[in-house]
Design a protein around this ligand. Structure first.
Ligand SMILES: NC(=O)c1ccc[n+]([C@@H]2O[C@H](COP(=O)([O-])OP(=O)(O)OC[C@H]3O[C@@H](n4cnc5c(N)ncnc54)[C@H](OP(=O)(O)O)[C@@H]3O)[C@@H](O)[C@H]2O)c1
Length: 429
């Protein structure tokens, strides 16, 4: 549960009314959300009807995950007299969910309440401002789970609606947290230009990610692996180090339910000297709908890069670190510039070690299988030099665990751990 946020201060509340927000009947305590120097909006626990419609909007927004990138994952549901209409944002550049819902609602939009996961936008981006369309359609009330973290919106959509006499309500609590997590990639990208990085690992009960001989197939259960395909389908990019390509020859495509998704994540290999085999499944499967990017350094032989390019691989020669490896900071910035909002890292301990040690990882997803591999030299999830003292350990700020049940028993456990910054973004007012 998200901790309760401080109750609003009187001056801020006054300011909210000054900008024209009509405060709705509030049950429980009011919370004021600061929106920079000039605006503040009250937030409250949604009532049961609001919570039901907002939950429906969140379920719709989940459907958009992996398709709307590089924009936000948003969805709307309607409650207009007897009419119920829904809409969600399907793809970047296509109409936002509000416009989809307006089209579906037609005249029923007049006087209706719109339930949205994210505050309607108020600027011209890939599409026109949604707030204007809602005002023109005569929508009476808008209930949102959270403000749009895009600095170009961040309260301006609400301000525009309120100025036109539309009642606006901002939810807080669990629903808001769920929308924030759903949009974690969008939020990090829109505020920092970098993708949200999830490091995914499958390990044995004794903390090994492969046997001492390097065999890792399969540590986790079929149900866990099916979940990983769904995760890939929701990410813009999947990343491994060349060590994993050489050991496992993975395909890394998203095949939820056994069927390859039409829109595949960008598959990225960090490979300082371009050792990725030309006969690997990654290289032989590369194509316009299943792209592969090899991130390398000036140490890679030019001829080798040419061979990869001939096979349809995009090759990026990036700066190298002091130990001659791919500079991951530059790579992440480059991915961010290409509108990659989130990256699922499925490499071995070496890549995970670099990402954790440098603070680039936002989240760990650790599948723990009920098997024991043993072996002093068997690799563990986070390699590298590690820390010398417990006092220097990298700490996660929040974690949770759940069982991944399949037909086999007992189930795997899935641990989700968030680092500081990721929690801070989730909890921002
Ligand atoms: N159970 C699991 O979840 C899981 C998942 C994946 C792999 N594995 C197992 O892990 C083992 C492979 O481990 P691994 O550590 O070699 O795989 P890895 O982390 O995927 O690849 C590491 C390699 O990536 C390259 N690299 C380039 N730039 C880097 C940077 N900045 N930081 C870190 N690495 C960089 C390095 O090779 P260059 O110097 O040549 O560039 C490095 O040796 C295999 O046994 C595999 O089966 C297990």
């Amino acid at each position: 549960m998200a901790p309760a946020l401080p109750a609003c201060s009187a001056p801020r509340r006054r300011r909210a009314t000054e900008v024209g927000a009509r405060l709705v009947g509030v049950t429980g305590s009011l919370e004021t959300v600061g929106l920079g120097p000039s605006q503040a909006w009250p937030a409250r626990e949604p009532d049961p009807v609001e919570a039901r419609y907002l939950a429906r909007a969140i379920a719709l927004a989940r459907r958009a995950a992996g398709r709307t990138s590089p924009t936000r994952r948003s969805a709307r549901s309607w409650c207009a007299r007897a009419h119920r209409r829904r809409g969600y944002h399907r793809r970047a550049g296509e109409p936002h969910a509000e416009v989809v819902a307006l089209r579906q609602a037609g005249e029923a939009a007049r006087g209706a309440t719109l339930y949205v996961t994210l505050e309607p936008c108020a600027h011209w981006g890939r599409t026109p401002p949604c707030a204007d369309a809602l005002i023109q359609a005569g929508v009476r009330r808008v209930v949102a789970c959270t403000l749009d973290p895009n600095p170009r919106v961040d309260g301006r959509g609400f301000a525009r609606l309120a100025a036109a006499g539309v009642e606006v309500v901002l939810a807080r609590g669990e629903l808001r947290r769920r929308v924030r997590q759903l949009n974690a990639g969008y939020e990090k990208h829109v505020t920092t230009g970098l993708p949200y990085v999830t490091v995914k690992v499958a390990m044995s009960l004794d903390g090994k990610i492969a046997t001492a001989s390097g065999d890792a197939r399969w540590i986790s259960s079929e149900a866990s692996r099916a979940l990983v395909h769904r995760l890939r389908a929701r990410h813009d990019a999947v990343m491994v180090g060349v060590g994993t390509v050489l050991a496992d020859d993975p395909l890394l495509t998203a095949r939820p339910g056994g069927r390859a998704r039409a829109r595949q994540p960008l598959r990225v290999v960090v490979d300082s000297t371009a050792r990725t085999p030309l006969a690997s499944r990654l290289v032989t499967s590369a194509g316009p709908t299943a792209p592969v990017l090899v991130a390398t350094t000036p140490r890679a032989p030019a001829q080798r890069l040419e061979r990869l390019r001939e096979r349809g691989i995009e090759v990026r020669v990036l700066p190298q670190t002091a130990d001659g490896r791919v500079d991951l900071g530059t790579l992440m910035a480059e991915l961010g510039r290409r509108d990659v909002l989130d990256v699922l890292v499925e490499g071995g301990g070496t890549l995970a070690g670099s990402l954790v040690a440098s603070g680039m990882a936002d989240r760990l997803l650790v599948f723990v299988a009920p098997v024991i591999l043993g072996g002093v030299t068997a690799p563990t999830p986070v390699g590298g030099a590690g820390v010398a003292r417990i006092a220097d350990a990298w700490r996660v700020a929040r974690w949770s665990v759940r069982a991944v049940r399949g037909s086999g028993s007992p189930p795997d456990l899935l641990i989700e751990a968030l680092f500081d910054e990721a929690v801070r973004r989730l909890e921002r007012p």
